[in-house]
Design a binder for this molecule. Structure first.
Ligand SMILES: C[S@@+](CC[C@H](N)C(=O)[O-])C[C@H]1O[C@@H](n2cnc3c(N)ncnc32)[C@H](O)[C@@H]1O
Length: 243
């Protein structure tokens, strides 16, 4: 007998190392009927599937959902809706599906939009989200640098538009994590210098993946080709010895 409706699992696959998926994610991936992943409209490559591959049964049905790389809200909304309907068509057949996202499924992730859109269309659908290790947690571990200690605070922000949030909020937090530190990284380095954080900042490219690079002096980023897979961990003051 088939179930009335399947469950959608939002799975964070972590930053790159297949050993950094949770046990829960691995168990779910072993039994879902369909695995969805976001791809750009230009190709069907999915890093998330690559990372999860060792945990996927060979015969599992992997489907690429395309999301346009655009700021056009209407185009985005219509892509979310189209993709939500495709996921719902699977769940309605009584099948379980996973939606893979890099890092954590609730941190700057396409899954957040899909989740909201599916809820709008069908509030009754069963959705289970399984968290993943974020890129910046992996980066802190890789560089052996604590993210926060004692009574400190941490500002997590996107650097896509530059260092604006560093200027606005760095007085309130001793530690800053900037994701999407690529096309406007020059302005990010300027903002970190203004906030007395540049000396105690580090960046990492492709953490845990082939081509990984740790950048101890982030000022060099200002003169480089931007790389989307770059994040910065910054702290007030100067670097401590051995860190
Ligand atoms: C759309 S956000 C996705 C964040 C992801 N959901 C997470 O939990 O880490 C993409 C940004 O995350 C950062 N990122 C993701 N994976 C990374 C990695 N392996 N190494 C360095 N930065 C990474 C980069 O700053 C990139 O621009």
């Amino acid at each position: 007998m088939t179930k009335k409706q399947g469950t959608l699992y939002g799975i964070g696959v972590g930053p790159g190392d297949p050993e950094l998926l949770t046990v829960k994610a691995v168990k779910i991936l072993a039994h879902v009927d369909v695995v969805f992943t976001a791809s750009s409209t230009r190709n069907t490559f999915s890093l998330a599937v690559d990372i999860a591959r060792p945990h996927l049964p060979e015969t599992v049905d992997v489907r690429h959902l395309s999301f346009p790389m655009t700021q056009d809200k209407e185009a985005l909304k219509s892509a979310w809706r189209e993709n939500s309907l495709e996921i719902l068509s699977v769940l309605d057949k009584g099948k379980d599906a996973a939606f893979l996202t890099l890092g954590d499924s609730m941190t700057y992730s396409t899954f957040g939009y899909i989740l909201q859109d599916i809820r709008d269309v069908r509030p009754d659908v069963s959705i289970v989200t399984v968290p993943g290790i974020t890129s910046y947690q992996a980066a802190a571990a890789r560089m052996n640098v604590p993210l926060v200690e004692g009574e400190e605070s941490l500002l997590l922000t996107s650097g896509a538009y530059g260092g604006g949030n560093v200027r606005k909020f760095s007085d309130c937090a001793e530690n800053v994590v900037l994701l999407k530190a690529y096309k406007n990284v020059k302005d990010i380095t300027r903002a970190l210098a203004e906030s007395d954080m540049i000396e105690n900042s580090r960046a990492i490219r492709k953490c845990g993946r082939e081509g990984e690079e740790i950048i101890e002096d982030i000022r060099v980023l200002a003169d480089r080709e931007p790389d989307y897979w770059t994040l910065i961990l910054a702290k007030q003051g100067r670097k401590k010895d051995g860190m």
